[in-house]
Design a protein around this ligand. Sequence first.
Ligand code: NAP
Length: 329
Amino acid sequence: MSTSPSAAGSIAVLAVAKPSPLLAPRLNAAFEVHALDATLPAGVPAETAPRIRAIFASGESRVSAELIANLPALEIISVMGVGYDGIDVAAAKARGVVVTHTPDVLNDDVADLAIGLMLSAARQLPAADRHVRAGLWPQGTLPLARKMSGARIGIVGMGRIGQAIAQRALGFNMTVAYTARSAKPRLPWAYLPDAASLAAVSDFLVVITPGGAGTRKLINAEVLAALGASSPQKGILVNVARGSVVDEAALIEALENGVIAGAGLDVFETEPNVPERLRALPQVVLAPHIGSATGQTRQAMADLAFDNLQCQLSGQPVKTPVPECRPAE
Ligand code: NAP
């Protein structure tokens, strides 16, 4: 098998997301990489489409049933990210195309960011930074903030990252409770059956489920009202999952009307566009979807995404298929 991009018989890969600089050199050296042309039904010229054997995607990419149908030689969709809600996995499976992702290697970073957003929102770190930078300290300091240590954290989604967040929260002497699709009897924390009942007993509600149809607007006005009523200080929402999981209009209403105390948000419904009303609120800490964005973690994700491609295209079992594509046990 040739790995030269220009050699006859080289393996053609369609990149539906721009490969990170941590991955691009390896990808280009091993494969013939074609950037997506969204104006074409197969994403590539008709003469190239029958040769595409792999798709490279990011966690935010969309890969539709139509695109899969237009690539007859497709074998694998390798996602550099753990979330794959934009990939039509059912269509891929129906065609025998394996979908892979990069779980676990990013748990630490996303959990770290969740804690960072909690602290930033509770202690108003961005406002404190702006205050000092603007030379306002001599005129007075800031209003008192609120304590995070010892508070109650409710985690919506107790998977790989949810558990990493819980472990960190224990270091802050927080009381941990969670909700998920099912209770985890091996975990020592209280399970609540839904997000609203969890919010009602949480000072911080941290959202870390997958996106997609199953979780769309899971955090709605009712959940936010419960979070607001959880204590006289009112709760704080942190979303490091997907923008689709929170009803953003309901969140803006809740913040503007003082229903909840504040929010820390890494993901948004129509990112990278963030509504002006949300950007105007001082009690909200905003981040541009940087949960896994450290050099170390992005390198590990790039390596795993590449390994999955390499394994599949050299006839080896892939390393990290998504659950729907795992062989039956
Ligand atoms: P995971 O191990 O699959 O855990 C997902 C958790 O969500 C599971 O506990 C699952 O419940 C729960 N869940 C799924 N659907 C639910 C529903 N309808 N209601 C309540 N809980 C539900 O996934 P992970 O590796 O922790 O990653 C979670 C997500 O984080 C990813 O899918 C991605 O969207 C997001 N993420 C964001 C960033 C970022 O940059 N901000 C980075 C990485 C990941 P069960 O355990 O009962 O099945």
